[in-house]
Design a protein around this ligand. Sequence first.
Ligand SMILES: Nc1nc2c(ncn2[C@@H]2O[C@H](COP(=O)(O)OP(=O)(O)OP(=O)(O)O)[C@@H](O)[C@H]2O)c(=O)[nH]1
Ligand SMILES: [Mg+2]
Length: 369
Amino acid sequence: MKLMVIGVGDCGCKLAREFAELNKKARSERRINIVTCAYAVNNDQTLLTKLAKPGWDWLKPVLIRGPVDLGDRSTESGAKLMRQESERVMLAMRLGSFVNTDAFLFVAGAAGSVGSGGVPVMAQMLKERHLNKPVYVLLVLPFNTELDDPQRIRNTALCLNSIDKVADAVILADNGGSGIVGSTIPPQKMDSLNKELVLLFYDLLCSGEMVGSKDVVGKELDAGDILQTLFSWTAIGTGKTKLTSPMLPWKRSPGFEEKGSETLKAMEAMNLALMRLSVDCKLEDAGRALYLLSAPVKQANVDMIKVLGNRLRELLPNAEIRDGSFYGAKGFAKVTVVISELVYVDRIKSYYDRAARLTQGVEREEKTG
Ligand SMILES: Nc1nc2c(ncn2[C@@H]2O[C@H](COP(=O)(O)OP(=O)(O)OP(=O)(O)O)[C@@H](O)[C@H]2O)c(=O)[nH]1
Ligand SMILES: [Mg+2]
C-alpha cells in the first residue's frame, strides 16, 4: 500500500520524516515504495530546516505563514491559521503523486495547536477534492505528564471530536502508554519513540507491494484488505519472536514437533503485538481487524496462520478479520495486528470527561467570582 504522508505541526513533521526514512528502508531492503511523498507542514522554519536538509528530498517542507507562537496555543487558533493557509498547502503538494497514492495519512500530536487544529481542516479539504481516496490520521495522544495541563486536555478533546467526523479512520498512538516518565523528554528518546511508532507500519505497507518479488508471498494482504479494515478508531501493534531452530541449508523439512514449536512462537509474537497496541482498547469492542504474519520461508507453515486466526477470532468475536502472510523475516516471526472500528475507547472518553470537568470548573469559577 502506498501512502501520501502529511505531517502537520512539530510532532507530525518529525513523524512524517520517519515515514520518509521508512520508505528509504523499504526501497533498500525490499525494492519497493510504500510512501509516494512525505510532507512536513509547519509554521516553524527552524524545525523544517532541521528535518528536511538540502539534498535530502524524501521529505518536502511546507512552511505556513504564521507566528511560531500562536499566542494562546489552542486548537482553534491552529485551525484558524490552517484555514488561511490551506490553499497554499494544497498547491505545495505535487499533484502528480496523488495518482499512485492509495490513501492519505495525516500525522499530528492531538495536544498541540497547529497539528491539532490544522489536520481536521486539511483532512476535510482533501476529502472534498479527492472523493475516491480514503483519508486516515495517525493521532498522537499526550504523555501522562501533560495531563495536568488544561490547554493540552482541551486541545486533545477538541481534536478527537473534530477528527472523528472527517477522517475515514484514526489510528491512535498513546504517548501515555510509551513507558516514558518525567516532564522533559530527551530528544534522542523522542526520536527512538518515533522510529518505533512508524516501524509498526512497515510490514503492513510492504506486504501488498511485494507481489512478484523474491520474497514469497504466502497469502497476499494488499491495499484493498487494508482499506476494508481501517475504519474509525484504530489501534496497531507488532510483536516479534526469535525462532529457536534456524533452518540450516542441509536440514530437511521440519518435523511435526519442530513445526509445533514454531507455531507457538508465532502465537507468542501475536500475543506481544496485542499487549503492546498503540492505544489501550478492549478487543471485544472491535468491528474489524487484520493480522499479518512475516516468517522465514522454510519455517512458515500453514498451521501458523490458521492457529493465529483461530485465536484472534476467539478474542475478537465481533470483528470481521482479514489476514495475510509473507516470507520476509530472517530468524524470527513477526506479527502485525490492526484492531479497528473500535466503538469505545476508554482513553478517548477520559479526555472528553476531563475536558468537560475543566469547562464546568471554569463556569463555576465565573459564577462565584
Ligand atoms: N511521540 C511524539 N510526541 C510528540 C513529539 N513532539 C511533540 N509531541 C507531543 O505532541 C503534542 C504537542 O504537539 P506539537 O506537535 O508539539 O504541537 P504543534 O502542532 O506544533 O502546535 P504548537 O503547540 O503551536 O507548537 C504533545 O502532546 C507532545 O508531547 C514527537 O516527536 N513524538
Ligand atoms: Mg509547533
